[in-house]
Design a protein around this ligand. Structure first.
Ligand SMILES: Nc1ncnc2c1ncn2[C@@H]1O[C@H](COP(=O)(O)OP(=O)(O)OP(=O)(O)O)[C@@H](O)[C@H]1O
Ligand SMILES: [Mg+2]
Length: 286
């Protein structure tokens, strides 16, 4: 469970330069029917290789391999407890993996604080439960990390914040406190906060699952717009409409493993494994 402190670190973490040379990724299907990125090595912005993680004796991530290309949009789905959150939290070192390699934009995640800081400058994260500071206004939530971590002049930070609030269509709420906003509005504030740090990569951990149905759409609409902007997105969600519309690749996890991955079209029309079919059968019923 992320704490307010870890969230600040995270907000602080999101990042500097939106990637300069954005290239559109493509995918190819291997003989096993799995889809892998076909871009050249230089295009891979997240490289997860043979990663294992344990919580005590519990093996939560089992030899996970995943390469994400710059500007690629990945949706991760799977049953509760399958390790989805753990995996994406490893990408910005909110969780530590015990073996294997995770390289984010050329920086390997190790215990080096310098490396972790560097990665966190590139990676923004949006959590299920927003993680806004309740005692700060929306504007203060958005300017905190740019001012204190990036040393951005306050006026410039406020201008940036208002720009992104406008983008998520919530500009008029700038002076309110999070408790005075709906869940959908709070999540849009959280997305704007991540954008204020200009991240190259955005991680979403079930950003709509704490929301009432009528608020889900307003958040998904914002995410769909973001997806058109070449930002690399890794999104844990069970919003399969979103996956179909936006994802370049859908990944299915179960029991700490990536069971199957494919383009949305192939994933939904022709799931290869029983576990995937069973899972899709359950969630597509709703
Ligand atoms: N800090 C922790 N300590 C011990 N076990 C943990 C910890 N965090 C997660 N787990 C366990 O690891 C497994 C994977 O958890 P994780 O949160 O990654 O799953 P998930 O796929 O995101 O599930 P959900 O869909 O419910 O969010 C679960 O069995 C969970 O109980
Ligand atoms: Mg989770």
């Amino acid at each position: 469970m992320p704490t307010a402190a870890s969230d600040t670190a995270q907000a602080a973490a999101s990042a500097q330069a939106a990637a300069s040379a954005q290239t559109t990724s493509s995918a190819q299907t291997t003989s096993s029917g799995q889809t892998t990125p076909s871009a050249q090595a230089g295009d891979i912005v997240i490289d997860i290789c043979g990663v294992n993680k344990w919580y005590g004796a519990f093996h939560v991530l089992k030899d996970v391999n995943l390469q994400v290309c710059r500007a690629e949009r990945i949706v991760i789905c799977g049953p509760s407890g399958s390790g989805k959150s753990t995996l994406i939290r490893c990408i910005n070192r909110l969780e530590r993996h015990q073996s294997g390699r995770i390289v984010v934009d050329g920086v390997e995640l190790t215990s080096s604080l310098k490396g972790i800081e560097k990665v966190r400058r590139e990676v923004g994260m949006v959590f299920q439960d927003f993680n806004l500071f309740p005692h700060m206004t929306v504007l203060q939530n958005l300017t905190l990390a740019p001012v204190w971590v990036r040393k951005m002049p306050r006026r410039q930070a406020e201008e940036t914040a208002l720009h992104f609030l406008e983008r998520v269509r919530i500009r008029e709420q700038a002076d309110k406190y999070p408790g005075q906003l709906s869940g959908g509005q709070q999540q849009r504030v959280a997305i704007a906060r991540a954008l204020c740090m200009n991240p190259a990569i955005l991680l979403f951990d079930e950003p709509t699952s704490a929301l009432d149905p009528e608020m889900i759409k307003e958040v998904l609409d914002v995410m769909i717009e973001l997806a058109e902007e070449n930002i690399t997105m890794v999104c844990v969600t069970h919003e399969m409409g979103f996956a179909r519309t936006v994802a370049d690749r859908v990944i299915f996890m179960d029991g700490g493993e990536i069971v199957e991955q494919n383009t949305p079209e192939a994933f939904f029309s022709n799931p290869r494994f029983d576990r995937t079919r069973q899972f899709l059968g359950q969630i597509l019923k709703h």
